[in-house]
Design a binder for this molecule. Structure first.
Ligand SMILES: Nc1ncnc2c1ncn2[C@@H]1O[C@H](COP(=O)(O)OP(=O)(O)O)[C@@H](O)[C@H]1O
Ligand SMILES: [Mg+2]
Length: 239
């Protein structure tokens, strides 16, 4: 389990998350929702050791990870797929994937890249294409595949469907669901609440750097007023 207790974090002296506590269940798909600027990205970055943390604790499988370098956090099995600039546009799909396994032996790297192409078949045809020339959905698949190649037990994804057409967003979530079925725990920050609520069984909602709701997605299906209460229909889009 990923357990966050009274986390206070931000950037330098600027405090963004205020004593935020949340538990993320292993093998679940959890979505983090909330208005722009509510601290969703800051939460993911904090778990991955990329913010200034001034209080609280973050444990993964009972081990404190605050203060551990990003490199060592990834060695503990946590992968982070940032929202932007998550792949190299001037390099091909295969070259990007190779970067993710550069520390493995040549044989092991080749094997894992083959497995990545099995898991993300959409990339097979594009293996030798420069990612800068590909669609947003395809580029996102490359970013997710790179995260997966790090061999994680927990993946943190920041708005993996941002800017994608609904059908493409669905493909991304299908892919994430497949990873979840393989036993990977997923924490997914989303702008599109309706899509996220369809796929992710656990839901956290942030407001101004604090957690204002944690529950199951079923609750939203049963009670439409929850969406209004916590998100405001205007901010979640219609899909
Ligand atoms: N690198 C940064 N330096 C200073 N402030 C930042 C930085 N990144 C984000 N912020 C601020 O932190 C707050 C939360 O941002 P963020 O976590 O990106 O929100 P969200 O992902 O929910 O839109 C915002 O007020 C934003 O301006
Ligand atoms: Mg964000």
């Amino acid at each position: 389990m990923l357990s966050i207790r009274e986390l206070t974090a931000g950037y330098g002296k600027l405090e963004i998350l205020h004593q935020l506590s949340v538990d993320i269940q292993v093998n679940h798909m959890t979505t983090i929702l909330g208005a722009n600027g509510s601290g969703k990205s800051t939460l993911l970055k904090s778990i991955f050791g990329l913010t200034t943390i001034t209080g609280g604790s973050i444990t993964y499988n009972d081990r404190e990870i605050i203060g551990i370098s990003t490199e060592n956090i990834s060695k503990l099995g946590i992968a982070y797929v940032p929202q932007r600039e998550n792949i190299f546009a001037s390099m091909t799909v295969r070259e990007n994937l190779a970067l993710a396994v550069r520390k493995a032996s040549r044989a092991e790297a080749a094997l894992r890249i083959d497995r990545a192409f099995d898991l993300f078949p959409i990339l097979t045809k594009r293996a030798n294409q420069r990612t800068g020339l590909m669609s947003g959905g395809e580029r996102q698949m490359v970013a997710i595949a790179m995260g997966w190649l790090m061999n994680p037990s927990l993946m943190l994804l920041d708005e993996p469907t941002a800017g994608l057409a609904p059908l493409v967003a669905k493909e991304v979530f299908e892919t994430l669901y497949n990873l979840s079925q393989k036993g990977i725990t997923l924490v997914i920050v989303e702008q599109n609440a309706r899509t996220a609520l369809r796929w992710c069984e656990d839901v956290c909602i942030l407001r101004e750097g604090t957690l204002v709701y944690q529950g199951r997605n079923d609750a939203f299906a049963e009670d439409d007023s929850l969406l209004h209460t916590y998100l405001g229909l205007l901010s979640i889009g219609k899909q």
